[in-house]
Write a protein that binds this ligand. Structure first.
Ligand code: S3P
Length: 426
């Protein structure tokens, strides 16, 4: 599928976006191994989170509902059954990495695979700690999906994350749920803490202090009612669109504003963005609020170190914004971008050049000079949802109609993206 995008006169209105992808995965997995029923509202509509639901169903969990509302009949820690066929994680790194932590503790062997993109993503980062805990895992070329996981009685470990990754942290914590004793994860660089919040919400005994997370194994997890906040990483495309297009004024409601995800807003405000958050509330331990954005001229700057890890999913659209800032944007310490759904350093630079924007590719980042004009172009998502949406946003400020090829990739996290974009730009 291809999408044609015309330059926008403004980005205006009030919108509500689908549920957070990261939180949806976690709620689906934890509720499946809790005792009793959980009702999940505003569940992500993205294909990735539906891959997780399909895997949990294949493991014997009864999940009913449709759209954004699901009822999960939890099986308890020891209630999953061997799947009758291989588990399909689709395009979803979160599904394969986080679910592996649960599969590693089962009294059966499971195989989990993914699409072409997922089949090239590194899995050693989860294989190593799970092997230390006692599981047997085989992988294609010892590092890629499909994974064959021989579950075992796991032992707790103390594990320091070698890469900043909430998926790896979650995998180890999920495995630690099944091990007798205390499992500790140390993260030298802070990553999103939705698992810690959700596990506590379900009743786990978990403490987190200065990057050291300790979980007591074999907890009593109890099903509950949950509402997923809207996804700040999806909101990022609309935030940048409103900042970029003169005359814009946009309100986004009910957005998840967990501090481990909202560094994006602080970064933009620090560069001069007119962004306000007039109200904040807490829901299931997560912060949510409304964001108001007005078109702004931004200074630009540097994203590096711990900040890079906190805005890693937003870097494609921030790179687009960077070219329109006064001083440009430099992104460093972002080697992880090369192992996302695509090599996002290469796919961003490729599309920036189509846009007529100069950009220098670094081994672990990019340098984008500021004050650049955007030329209408034919972009390619390369099958990556965030690349499709980032360059749709760029097209709003181009000098004519642009085309996004392979635009259906957006549905991995945000199937409603194209309709929502049309609504705020008409
Ligand atoms: C995620 C963690 C990040 C992020 C991904 C979702 C999560 O990946 O890029 O989109 O939900 O935990 P890494 O764990 O690979 O950094």
């Amino acid at each position: 599928m291809q999408q044609r995008i015309s330059p926008a006169a403004s980005v205006t209105g009030a919108i509500t976006l689908p549920g957070d992808k990261s939180i949806s995965h976690r709620y689906a997995m934890i509720s499946s191994i809790a005792e009793g029923d959980s009702r999940i509202l505003n569940y992500s509509t993205g294909a990735d989170c539906h891959s997780t639901l399909a895997c949990m169903r294949a493991l014997g969990v009864e999940i009913t509902g449709e759209g954004t509302e699901f009822l999960v009949r939890g099986k308890g820690l020891d209630g999953l059954r061997a799947p009758s066929s291989d588990l399909d994680a689709g395009n979803s790194g979160s599904t394969i990495r986080m679910l592996s932590g649960i599969l590693a503790a089962q009294p059966f062997v499971s195989r989990i695979f993914g699409d072409e993109s997922l089949s090239k993503r590194p899995m050693q980062r989860i294989m190593k700690p799970l092997a230390q805990m006692g599981a047997g895992i085989r992988a294609h070329e010892d590092k890629f999906p499909p994974l064959e996981i021989h579950g075992a009685k796991l032992r707790p470990i103390d594990y320091t994350l070698p890469v900043p990754s909430a998926q790896v942290k979650t995998c180890v914590l999920f495995a630690g749920l099944f091990a007798e004793g205390e499992t500790t994860v140390i993260e030298p660089v802070r990553s999103r803490d939705h698992s810690e919040i959700a596990l506590r919400e379900f009743g786990a005994d978990l403490t987190a202090n200065r990057g050291k997370i300790t979980l007591v194994g074999r907890p009593q997890l109890t099903g509950r009612d949950l509402i997923v906040p809207s996804d700040i990483s999806s909101a990022a495309f609309f935030i940048v669109a409103a900042l970029l297009v003169p005359g814009s004024s946009l309100v986004i409601r009910g957005v998840g504003l967990n501090p481990s995800r909202s560094a994006l807003l602080d970064l933009l405000i620090g560069m001069g963005a007119k962004i306000r958050v007039p109200q904040l509330e807490s829901q299931n331990g997560e912060l949510i609020g409304e964001i108001q954005i007005d078109h702004s001229t931004l200074q630009g700057g540097i994203i590096d170190g711990a900040l890079t890890a906190q805005v890693i999913d937003e870097i494609p659209v921030l790179a687009v914004l960077g070219a329109a800032t006064e001083e440009g944007l430099t992104i460093k310490d972002a080697g992880e971008l090369r192992v996302k759904e695509t090599d996002r350093i290469t796919t961003v630079v490729d599309n920036l050049r189509r846009l007529g924007v100069a950009a220098e590719e670094l081994p672990d980042g990019l340098i984008i000079p500021g004050r650049q004009k955007f030329r209408a172009a034919e972009f390619d998502s390369f099958g990556d949802h965030r690349i499709a949406m980032a360059f749709a946003v760029a097209a709003l400020r181009a000098d004519g109609e642009s085309v996004i090829h392979n635009a259906d990739a957006a549905s991995v996290s945000f199937p409603e993206f194209w309709n929502t974009l049309a609504r705020v730009t008409e």
